[in-house]
Design a protein around this ligand. Sequence first.
Ligand code: ZN
Length: 247
Amino acid sequence: MRYLVLSDLHANLTALESAMAAAEGRWERAVCLGDVVGYGPDPNEVVDCIRALQARTIRGNHDKAACGLEYAEDFNPVARAAATWTHEQLRPDNLTFLQQLPSGPIEADGLALVHGALHDEDEYVFAPAQALDGLLDSPSAVTFFGHTHFQGGFSFRENQLEVIQLRPEAGTSFAALRVELDTRYLLNPGSLGQPRDGDPRAAFAIADLPNRVVEFWRVPYNIEAVQQRMKRAGLPEPLILRLAFGR
Ligand code: ZN
């Protein structure tokens, strides 16, 4: 079974449509690591898409804030303004969908899915020391996480923790990781709708564990079109500008 792994879509429909077109025919089931909404201009359209894909989905911190499960008290003012706007836009059925999303970790066919860290869905995993617990304690050898908006991850084998920096170069669509049998992995597909690792292209992954391959994808999309919708919606300027830089 080949899995399409989506994370941190952040209500960016144009990025999602471009990614789906690029990945067409290359996967059978979809999973989603949360932050379906927040920041971006298309919350209902992106939730509709995730529901139509029947993607196994866990919640992210922005989903919790946007559907009213959690007050966005630890958000900066810009993120909070976007969360309030998102809440006002969401249709009742989509609010209910977000409210009912489970928290990670969950398991699907030998893959574990978490939004942030294994033991705390809201915690960021940037550094190897922060990855160690997840690598050792996860119920699966391959765990996907999101939240940082950085594509890549970590591997652990024979007491050796390594950082995986495997991003497709400009002009190429994906970089493939060979999954070794005696190794544990904590992998981030990157952010589909608001990358922050310096590459503005939409990020996602395709996991084919039976063939022991994970592909890290990057797909260009029409960033200006999204920025124009954000302007019309009155979303905060820093959120509009950052899409072009991937920061
Ligand atoms: Zn996010």
